[in-house]
Design a protein around this ligand. Sequence first.
Ligand SMILES: [Zn+2]
Length: 312
Amino acid sequence: VPELPEVETIRRQLEPEVAGRTIVGVEVLDERWTRPLPPAAVEDAVAGRRIEAVERRGKYLVLRLDGGWALAMHLRMTGNLLLRGPEGGPEGHVADLMEVDRLGAPRLYESSAQLRHLRARLDLDDGSELLFTDARRFGHAVALRGPEIDAYFASRLGLEPLGEELTAEALCRIAAGRTAPLKSFLLNQTGIAGIGNIYADEALFRAGLHPLSPAGSMRMEHCEALREAIVDALEVALLMGGSSIDDYRDARGERGTMQDEFLVHTREGEDCPRCGQVIRRIVVGGRSTYFCPGCQTRLRRRPRPRAKGARR
Ligand SMILES: [Zn+2]
């Protein structure tokens, strides 16, 4: 399931290839992709527009378009966004021809079973195509305009973990008073955006915090450790091109390699790389959760702090 590092990997691949291109055609092949709106709502909003930038918010990939429009796409469980380069192009466009090889485009069409699951296609003015494939069909897209864009994300997403806004203080502030387990707290996109099941486990291990600790039990030193652990877990994953434990492929149709580097996630029964105890799997909020009982501290629930001035 794509999380921040996977979506950001796609963004970094797409931005130099598609920014500045115009979307000359849009075909939505699955009405579920745009619902509750009909496919025409997205097709009409996006067709003919120039892509100004490729951005990411949480796990959303966002094409910023001219006229104040944006196309926000979410890969959910099994979505992939593939870039197929121009097949030939006019003579003399040698750079375009080389791009085909570099992006591995012919392979995408010849052997990829994913194209059976093609849900939408954006045709670009250089002959390349953006293909949204999705086996389970939970992925979706929405066209937004002007102030709708910020409002859409503000109601769904909290702090960006790789921006300057995620400080230890901010983390402690959003965790204060929360009794939810840390694992669930990290999965809640309205607190911190972009973290899913994999990187929640990896971050909690790096921070030495037990996934069942109540989020509001963290003291400042724990918030500092967790903030650093989140950033480290995500940045290592970015270096590895994300994780491909199931359907995830990058914009070139290739797998990430982070799954080979997991410290605890999916490592049930293996030795902890830090203390040697056996890594366990439990279920938290319906999600498989991997942790080391030896070196991840279970914090106790704290009484609510008294009113300011009452302490010391
Ligand atoms: Zn350990």
